[in-house]
Design a protein around this ligand. Sequence first.
Ligand code: NAP
Length: 248
Amino acid sequence: MKLLEGKTALITGASRGIGKAIAEKFASEGANLILTDLFYDDNARALVEELSATGVKVKMYASDASKFDQAQAVVEEAAKEFGQIHILVNNAGITRDTLLMRMTEDQWDMVINVNLKSVFNLTKAVQSLMLKQRYGSIINMSSVVGVSGNAGQANYSASKAGIVGFTKSVARELGSRNIRCNAIAPGFILTEMTDKLPEDVRKEWAEKIPLKRGGTPDEVAKVALFLASDLSSYVSGQVIQVCGAMLT
Ligand code: NAP
C-alpha cells in the first residue's frame, strides 16, 4: 500500500518549484490533490495532466493564498469535490529582498501577507474539516533564515520566523484532536526563486554549505512526504531543516 493512499492533500503555490515537487511526490504515493496557485496557466495545466495520468484525482484552483476570503472559498469548493482534506501544505511564498534602509512598506506587507498571513488563512479554512475528521497533518514551509535571520531579507525572515511560532502554537492547540503541525525550513534549494540570484552569489552560497551544493525540490518533497504520512505519526510542533548542514 502506498503511503498516502486514501488521503487528500491541499498544496498552495503548487505549479512550480518545491510545491510542484511535493505534488509529484504525494501523487506517486497515491494522494488525491487539491492544488492552488495564483493563476491557472499553461504550467498548471501541464502539471494537472501529468499528475492525473498517475491515476490520482487532481484539481487545480486559481486562488491567492494571501486573501482570507479566497482561502475560505477554495477550501469550501474543494471540500464539496473531495469530501475530506487530510493534509495541508502551506507552501506559497515570495521574496522582495532589499536592505531595510530601502525596504518599502509595500515590500514588507506583500511578503508578510503572502508568506505568513496565507498560512493563517488556509489553516483557518481547513481547521473545522480536520477537527471533524479528528485527523490532519499541516506542513508549513518556513526557511533557515526564519531561524538565523539574513541581511537583506528582514521581511522574508520575519515571515518565516512567524511561521515557526504559528506552527508550534497550532501543534499545541490542535494536538488533542489528532492534528499534527510541523514546519520545514529549507536552506538553499534550486528553484526559480533562487535562480533570480546572480551566478556568483549562488556559487558563494553553495561553497558555504557543508554538503557543497544546493538542495533539490525533490529533497524537500521527501521530508514533506514523511511529515504528511503516518511515518511521522508522533512528530508534531517541529521544524525540520533541509539545508545540507548550512545551519546547525
Ligand atoms: P517559487 O519557485 O518561486 O514558487 C512559488 C510558488 O508560489 C509559485 O508557484 C507561485 O505562483 C506561488 N505563489 C506566489 N504567491 C502566491 C499566492 N499569493 N497565492 C498562491 N500561490 C502563490 O518558490 P520555491 O523556491 O518553490 O519556494 C516554495 C516555498 O519554499 C516558499 O514558501 C519559499 O519561501 C520556501 N523556501 C524556498 C527556498 C529556496 O531556496 N527555494 C528556501 C527556503 C524556503 P506564480 O508561479 O504564479 O508566481
